[in-house]
Ligand binder design. Sequence first.
Ligand code: XMP
Length: 507
Amino acid sequence: MQEKIIILDFGSQTTQLIGRRVRELNMYCEIVPYNKFPHNDPSVIGVILSGSPFSVYDEKAFKVDLSEIRGKYPLLGICYGAQFMAYSNGGNVEPAGTREYGRAHLTKFDDANPLLKNIRENSQVWMSHGDTITAIPDNFKIIASTEKVAIAAYHAEGENLWGVQFHPEVFHSVDGTQILKNFVVDICGGKQDWDAASFIETTVAQLKEQVGNDRVILGLSGGVDSSVAAVLLHRAIGKNLTCIFVDHGLLRKNEFTNVMKDYECLGLNVIGVDASEKFFSELAGVSDPEKKRKIIGKGFIDVFDIEAHKITDAKWLAQGTIYPDCIESLSITGTVIKSHHNVGGLPEKMKLKLCEPLRLLFKDEVRAVGRELGMPEHLITRHPFPGPGLAVRILGDITREKVTILQDADDIFIQGLRDWKLYDKVWQAGVILLPVQSVGVMGDERTYERAVALRAVTSTDAMTADWAHLPYDFLAKVSNDIINKVKGVNRVCYDISSKPPATIEWE
Ligand code: XMP
């Protein structure tokens, strides 16, 4: 049985980060809404209570009865989690004079306490709280303080219950991972047996059991998630997996052919569908970004549906859904929102059952699984690419001619990033074709041609992004190459906007 840590989510922005840190310790964990503890799951070995946007005094604050959890499992409360356990046991929580945000240091602490084993004197921790714990229940003991906060961490004596006011899960808490390790390994007794190889072994066995001899179809996009899902399923059920890869004509230069070759080398059974004619005719004359997206989304489902119907004995639809897509997130009103992804109602229409073998993995774990499965590095480290493809990078209407210009310019930029060993340093990059013409001079001739913008960003999750500070020499070389080699372009700009307030894509 795969032992697990449960993270009770009280709505903090860093809850997923707690999950990732625990997984990095090779411990399996699941994030569940604060009020959905899996009471009947025998594999739970410990519980972490997350932070929250609320104060314990807020009317709408998420409250939970811990009576059936406390005493049965070790508990660690983080920020609100710590405040909630102190407050609900007779302690006191008060608004801090000023909201404390940023670095602090553990000035006084009890290094004999198991939670603080191997933590260094003055260790930097990250604070982010509006309330502070000012009194703890009688049997609770302070085990760490900071310059400003007397009760930075506590332990309920004689019990497996701890609270920390700071956030051990964030990068700036330098010994944060050690604290989490002390909790999940030493206190909860976690065996640290969760890694890519063990995931593959158990998942392949489960898939064999779940799917048996049924036929499964899977939509490939060329991206990491769907590719890893396909290879994993292929390992489990071999020829009973049929993949469909739709080319809407808006992929990168030669991408369809190259990715098809990769898939064939991996032994996958892939049906490649060139549907570019349909997409170009439906997109003709359409400039509105949302309309373009809708046409492509619907067109994609239509084509996939037709192809999928040809596989008459299919029983399952597999998808590369990953954990961040599945975590039931809490809205501020306390309602649980579950984003459920499926291909446009296709499973219901075709009476297909859904199979999502990566639904428990974070992105970095998907990559680790891909590597363990022996997939080529360029498939695994590929930058994210939007589903509507180059359509959202051509401002205005779309024609084959514009797509070709953009593909050529984009190819020079991306290849340049690879040659200069910059590709893996940026999160995502591409070229945008602007609806602008400008005057230039080439040889003795005056030109009046198109302008393109280069976009490259650094990011960890695409929620926020900074423009990549690429070397000037590199930008100069790419600009020169694009203007000299791509007919129809005589000006290159570099986009230096961050997100927010800009977005990564221009449309
Ligand atoms: P923005 O432009 O919102 O993009 O900063 C964030 C991330 O999402 C990708 N993106 C899309 N992906 N369909 C997709 O599948 C879309 O319509 C779409 N729009 C943006 C974008 O490339 C970036 O990684």
